[in-house]
Design a protein around this ligand. Sequence first.
Ligand SMILES: [Zn+2]
Length: 70
Amino acid sequence: MYQSLTPRSFGADERPLCPNCKRRMSLTRRSPDIDHNHERQSFACRTCEHEIERVVDIDGNPLTIAGSLS
Ligand SMILES: [Zn+2]
């Protein structure tokens, strides 16, 4: 274990598992959300190309998770 150099990572290092095939997803996009304490993150699965978008708070706790079922 090692300490993170960026305390305000919004949990972006903690990538979710694909709801489709249960593989680790890749972060594809990050953008500020409603304020500086929230961030919108998009993840894509390299295996089945499933994509999800989530809004997390500054500690990386997801507020909403939206997935587009293909
Ligand atoms: Zn997948």
